[in-house]
Design a protein around this ligand. Sequence first.
Ligand code: SAH
Length: 259
Amino acid sequence: MKNIPQLPSFLFFVLTGFLTIFIAVRQQHSANEGAGRTSRKDRVTVLQQEDWKIMADTMVENQLRAKGIKDERILSAMRSIPRHVFVPAPLRANAYEDRPLPIGHEQTISQPYMVALMTELLHPEAGDTVLEIGTGSGYQAAVLSRVAAHVFSIELVQPLADSAASRFRQLGYHNITAKSGDGYKGWKEHAPFDAIIITAAPPKIPKELVRQLKEGGKMVVPVGGREEQVLQVIRKRKNKIVVEKNIKVRFVPMRHEKR
Ligand code: SAH
Protein backbone atom coordinates (compact mmCIF):
# COMPACT_ATOMS: atom_id res chain seq x y z
CA MET A 1 0.00 0.00 0.00
CA LYS A 2 2.88 2.36 0.78
CA ASN A 3 4.26 2.16 -2.76
CA ILE A 4 1.10 3.10 -4.63
CA PRO A 5 1.37 6.95 -4.35
CA GLN A 6 4.91 6.70 -5.76
CA LEU A 7 3.77 5.10 -9.01
CA PRO A 8 2.29 8.22 -10.70
CA SER A 9 5.35 10.35 -9.93
CA PHE A 10 7.61 7.60 -11.32
CA LEU A 11 5.55 7.53 -14.51
CA PHE A 12 5.62 11.33 -14.62
CA PHE A 13 9.45 11.36 -14.56
CA VAL A 14 9.77 8.65 -17.18
CA LEU A 15 7.32 10.42 -19.51
CA THR A 16 8.86 13.88 -19.14
CA GLY A 17 12.28 12.31 -19.70
CA PHE A 18 11.13 10.78 -23.01
CA LEU A 19 9.41 14.00 -24.00
CA THR A 20 12.55 16.08 -23.38
CA ILE A 21 14.69 13.72 -25.48
CA PHE A 22 12.08 13.67 -28.26
CA ILE A 23 11.86 17.50 -28.39
CA ALA A 24 15.65 17.84 -28.35
CA VAL A 25 16.01 15.42 -31.29
CA ARG A 26 13.26 17.20 -33.27
CA GLN A 27 14.89 20.58 -32.65
CA GLN A 28 18.29 19.31 -33.74
CA HIS A 29 16.70 17.87 -36.90
CA SER A 30 14.95 21.10 -37.88
CA ALA A 31 18.04 23.13 -36.95
CA ASN A 32 20.00 21.03 -39.45
CA GLU A 33 17.48 21.63 -42.19
CA GLY A 34 17.10 25.28 -41.29
CA ALA A 35 20.85 25.78 -41.53
CA GLY A 36 20.63 24.75 -45.18
CA ARG A 37 22.01 21.27 -44.68
CA THR A 38 20.69 18.39 -46.75
CA SER A 39 17.29 16.94 -45.95
CA ARG A 40 16.98 13.20 -45.39
CA LYS A 41 15.82 12.62 -48.97
CA ASP A 42 18.76 14.58 -50.33
CA ARG A 43 21.17 12.71 -48.09
CA VAL A 44 19.93 9.41 -49.54
CA THR A 45 20.48 10.69 -53.10
CA VAL A 46 23.98 11.90 -52.24
CA LEU A 47 24.80 8.54 -50.70
CA GLN A 48 23.64 6.65 -53.79
CA GLN A 49 25.62 8.99 -55.98
CA GLU A 50 28.75 8.32 -53.95
CA ASP A 51 28.07 4.58 -54.28
CA TRP A 52 27.97 4.62 -58.08
CA LYS A 53 30.96 6.93 -58.27
CA ILE A 54 32.97 4.40 -56.29
CA MET A 55 31.77 1.60 -58.59
CA ALA A 56 32.58 3.59 -61.74
CA ASP A 57 36.01 4.35 -60.33
CA THR A 58 36.66 0.68 -59.59
CA MET A 59 35.42 -0.25 -63.08
CA VAL A 60 37.87 2.20 -64.65
CA GLU A 61 40.84 1.02 -62.60
CA ASN A 62 40.23 -2.75 -62.58
CA GLN A 63 38.59 -3.35 -65.95
CA LEU A 64 39.96 -0.63 -68.19
CA ARG A 65 43.32 0.69 -67.03
CA ALA A 66 44.39 -2.77 -65.83
CA LYS A 67 43.59 -4.22 -69.28
CA GLY A 68 45.57 -1.62 -71.16
CA ILE A 69 43.27 1.37 -71.84
CA LYS A 70 45.57 4.37 -71.57
CA ASP A 71 43.71 7.43 -72.89
CA GLU A 72 43.02 9.55 -69.79
CA ARG A 73 40.19 11.41 -71.57
CA ILE A 74 38.33 8.14 -72.05
CA LEU A 75 39.08 6.89 -68.54
CA SER A 76 37.81 10.11 -67.01
CA ALA A 77 34.72 10.12 -69.27
CA MET A 78 33.85 6.60 -68.14
CA ARG A 79 34.40 7.56 -64.52
CA SER A 80 31.95 10.45 -64.88
CA ILE A 81 29.08 8.69 -66.72
CA PRO A 82 26.43 6.95 -64.58
CA ARG A 83 26.34 3.65 -66.48
CA HIS A 84 23.48 2.41 -64.26
CA VAL A 85 21.21 4.96 -65.95
CA PHE A 86 21.79 3.11 -69.26
CA VAL A 87 20.70 -0.36 -68.11
CA PRO A 88 17.19 -1.64 -67.27
CA ALA A 89 16.27 -0.99 -63.61
CA PRO A 90 16.47 -4.65 -62.45
CA LEU A 91 20.09 -4.84 -63.71
CA ARG A 92 21.33 -1.60 -62.17
CA ALA A 93 23.35 -3.41 -59.52
CA ASN A 94 25.31 -5.10 -62.34
CA ALA A 95 25.87 -1.94 -64.36
CA TYR A 96 29.57 -1.59 -63.52
CA GLU A 97 30.51 -5.24 -64.12
CA ASP A 98 32.76 -6.18 -67.00
CA ARG A 99 30.14 -7.74 -69.26
CA PRO A 100 27.47 -6.85 -71.78
CA LEU A 101 23.91 -6.66 -70.40
CA PRO A 102 20.53 -7.11 -72.11
CA ILE A 103 18.65 -3.87 -72.83
CA GLY A 104 15.52 -5.40 -74.40
CA HIS A 105 14.57 -5.94 -78.06
CA GLU A 106 17.24 -8.70 -78.16
CA GLN A 107 19.98 -6.07 -77.95
CA THR A 108 22.78 -5.47 -75.46
CA ILE A 109 24.78 -2.65 -73.95
CA SER A 110 28.41 -3.49 -74.77
CA GLN A 111 30.92 -4.52 -72.13
CA PRO A 112 32.68 -1.44 -70.64
CA TYR A 113 36.09 -2.67 -71.88
CA MET A 114 34.78 -2.97 -75.46
CA VAL A 115 33.34 0.57 -75.31
CA ALA A 116 36.67 1.91 -74.04
CA LEU A 117 38.70 -0.08 -76.59
CA MET A 118 36.57 1.02 -79.55
CA THR A 119 36.72 4.64 -78.42
CA GLU A 120 40.49 4.43 -78.01
CA LEU A 121 40.87 2.86 -81.47
CA LEU A 122 38.63 5.54 -83.00
CA HIS A 123 40.64 8.18 -81.17
CA PRO A 124 38.38 11.16 -81.79
CA GLU A 125 39.90 14.62 -81.34
CA ALA A 126 38.16 17.21 -79.17
CA GLY A 127 36.85 19.10 -82.22
CA ASP A 128 35.59 16.04 -84.13
CA THR A 129 32.11 15.19 -85.31
CA VAL A 130 31.42 11.48 -84.88
CA LEU A 131 28.71 9.27 -86.34
CA GLU A 132 27.66 6.19 -84.37
CA ILE A 133 25.56 3.39 -85.84
CA GLY A 134 23.64 1.37 -83.22
CA THR A 135 22.77 3.75 -80.37
CA GLY A 136 21.35 0.90 -78.24
CA SER A 137 21.33 2.15 -74.65
CA GLY A 138 23.22 5.29 -75.61
CA TYR A 139 26.22 4.54 -73.40
CA GLN A 140 28.81 4.47 -76.20
CA ALA A 141 27.41 7.75 -77.56
CA ALA A 142 27.65 9.24 -74.06
CA VAL A 143 31.34 8.27 -73.82
CA LEU A 144 32.03 9.71 -77.28
CA SER A 145 30.21 12.92 -76.39
CA ARG A 146 32.69 13.56 -73.56
CA VAL A 147 35.74 13.31 -75.85
CA ALA A 148 34.46 14.70 -79.19
CA ALA A 149 32.64 17.89 -80.20
CA HIS A 150 29.42 16.35 -81.48
CA VAL A 151 27.95 12.86 -81.78
CA PHE A 152 25.25 11.83 -84.24
CA SER A 153 23.79 8.43 -83.44
CA ILE A 154 21.35 6.23 -85.38
CA GLU A 155 19.37 3.32 -83.95
CA LEU A 156 17.16 0.95 -85.94
CA VAL A 157 14.82 0.06 -83.04
CA GLN A 158 12.56 3.05 -82.37
CA PRO A 159 11.88 2.43 -78.63
CA LEU A 160 15.63 2.07 -77.96
CA ALA A 161 16.31 5.31 -79.87
CA ASP A 162 13.61 7.09 -77.86
CA SER A 163 14.84 5.97 -74.46
CA ALA A 164 18.46 6.76 -75.33
CA ALA A 165 17.42 10.27 -76.41
CA SER A 166 15.59 10.83 -73.14
CA ARG A 167 18.69 9.68 -71.20
CA PHE A 168 20.83 12.23 -73.08
CA ARG A 169 18.34 14.96 -72.13
CA GLN A 170 18.18 13.81 -68.51
CA LEU A 171 21.97 13.81 -68.18
CA GLY A 172 22.42 17.07 -70.09
CA TYR A 173 24.51 15.55 -72.92
CA HIS A 174 23.39 18.20 -75.37
CA ASN A 175 26.06 17.47 -77.97
CA ILE A 176 24.43 14.17 -78.96
CA THR A 177 21.83 14.13 -81.72
CA ALA A 178 20.02 10.82 -81.98
CA LYS A 179 17.45 9.45 -84.39
CA SER A 180 15.76 6.23 -85.25
CA GLY A 181 16.57 4.93 -88.72
CA ASP A 182 18.65 2.59 -90.85
CA GLY A 183 22.34 3.06 -90.18
CA TYR A 184 23.29 1.66 -93.61
CA LYS A 185 22.08 4.95 -95.05
CA GLY A 186 24.17 7.07 -92.69
CA TRP A 187 23.15 10.68 -92.02
CA LYS A 188 23.80 12.64 -95.22
CA GLU A 189 22.70 16.05 -93.84
CA HIS A 190 25.57 16.03 -91.34
CA ALA A 191 28.21 14.26 -93.45
CA PRO A 192 31.14 14.09 -93.88
CA PHE A 193 32.18 12.85 -90.44
CA ASP A 194 35.65 12.93 -88.91
CA ALA A 195 35.05 9.48 -87.47
CA ILE A 196 32.43 6.71 -87.70
CA ILE A 197 31.87 3.92 -85.17
CA ILE A 198 29.58 0.96 -85.83
CA THR A 199 28.50 -1.01 -82.78
CA ALA A 200 26.60 -3.77 -84.62
CA ALA A 201 28.31 -6.12 -87.07
CA PRO A 202 27.65 -5.72 -90.82
CA PRO A 203 28.75 -8.60 -93.12
CA LYS A 204 31.05 -6.15 -94.91
CA ILE A 205 32.01 -2.49 -94.54
CA PRO A 206 28.94 -0.43 -95.61
CA LYS A 207 29.90 1.57 -98.73
CA GLU A 208 27.58 4.50 -98.03
CA LEU A 209 29.23 5.00 -94.63
CA VAL A 210 32.69 5.08 -96.21
CA ARG A 211 31.29 7.73 -98.54
CA GLN A 212 30.17 9.80 -95.55
CA LEU A 213 33.60 9.61 -93.91
CA LYS A 214 36.02 12.53 -94.39
CA GLU A 215 39.24 12.01 -96.32
CA GLY A 216 41.77 10.86 -93.69
CA GLY A 217 38.90 9.94 -91.36
CA LYS A 218 38.75 6.78 -89.27
CA MET A 219 36.11 4.08 -88.93
CA VAL A 220 35.90 1.35 -86.30
CA VAL A 221 33.63 -1.51 -87.30
CA PRO A 222 33.14 -5.17 -86.34
CA VAL A 223 32.86 -6.96 -89.70
CA GLY A 224 31.61 -10.50 -90.22
CA GLY A 225 28.83 -13.05 -89.85
CA ARG A 226 27.08 -14.27 -86.71
CA GLU A 227 29.86 -16.60 -85.65
CA GLU A 228 33.08 -14.78 -86.45
CA GLN A 229 33.84 -11.11 -86.65
CA VAL A 230 36.90 -8.92 -86.69
CA LEU A 231 36.96 -5.42 -85.31
CA GLN A 232 38.50 -3.42 -88.12
CA VAL A 233 40.08 -0.03 -87.79
CA ILE A 234 40.09 1.57 -91.21
CA ARG A 235 41.26 4.86 -92.60
CA LYS A 236 39.98 6.57 -95.73
CA ARG A 237 42.89 7.60 -97.96
CA LYS A 238 42.31 8.99 -101.45
CA ASN A 239 38.87 7.37 -101.45
CA LYS A 240 40.38 3.97 -100.67
CA ILE A 241 40.17 1.99 -97.47
CA VAL A 242 43.31 1.17 -95.56
CA VAL A 243 42.81 -1.44 -92.85
CA GLU A 244 45.02 -0.57 -89.89
CA LYS A 245 44.01 -3.22 -87.38
CA ASN A 246 42.03 -6.45 -86.95
CA ILE A 247 40.85 -7.70 -83.56
CA LYS A 248 38.60 -10.75 -83.02
CA VAL A 249 35.26 -9.81 -81.41
CA ARG A 250 31.57 -10.72 -81.11
CA PHE A 251 28.73 -8.27 -81.72
CA VAL A 252 25.03 -8.40 -82.54
CA PRO A 253 24.45 -8.27 -86.32
CA MET A 254 23.77 -5.01 -88.14
CA ARG A 255 20.37 -5.58 -89.71
CA HIS A 256 18.48 -4.09 -92.60
CA GLU A 257 15.34 -2.06 -92.09
CA LYS A 258 12.14 -4.09 -92.58
CA ARG A 259 10.00 -2.80 -95.38
N1 SAH B 1 26.26 1.13 -78.72
C1 SAH B 1 25.27 0.46 -77.90
C2 SAH B 1 25.25 -1.04 -78.04
C3 SAH B 1 24.92 -1.46 -79.40
S1 SAH B 1 24.11 -2.97 -79.64
C4 SAH B 1 25.40 0.84 -76.45
O1 SAH B 1 26.33 1.55 -76.08
O2 SAH B 1 24.54 0.44 -75.68
C5 SAH B 1 23.85 -2.74 -81.37
C6 SAH B 1 22.69 -1.87 -81.73
O3 SAH B 1 22.69 -1.71 -83.14
C7 SAH B 1 21.35 -2.46 -81.37
O4 SAH B 1 20.63 -1.59 -80.55
C8 SAH B 1 20.66 -2.66 -82.73
O5 SAH B 1 19.27 -2.43 -82.69
C9 SAH B 1 21.36 -1.62 -83.57
N2 SAH B 1 21.30 -1.84 -85.01
C10 SAH B 1 21.35 -3.02 -85.70
N3 SAH B 1 21.28 -2.79 -87.03
C11 SAH B 1 21.19 -1.44 -87.19
C12 SAH B 1 21.08 -0.57 -88.32
N4 SAH B 1 21.03 -1.04 -89.57
N5 SAH B 1 21.00 0.76 -88.10
C13 SAH B 1 21.03 1.28 -86.86
N6 SAH B 1 21.12 0.49 -85.74
C14 SAH B 1 21.21 -0.83 -85.90
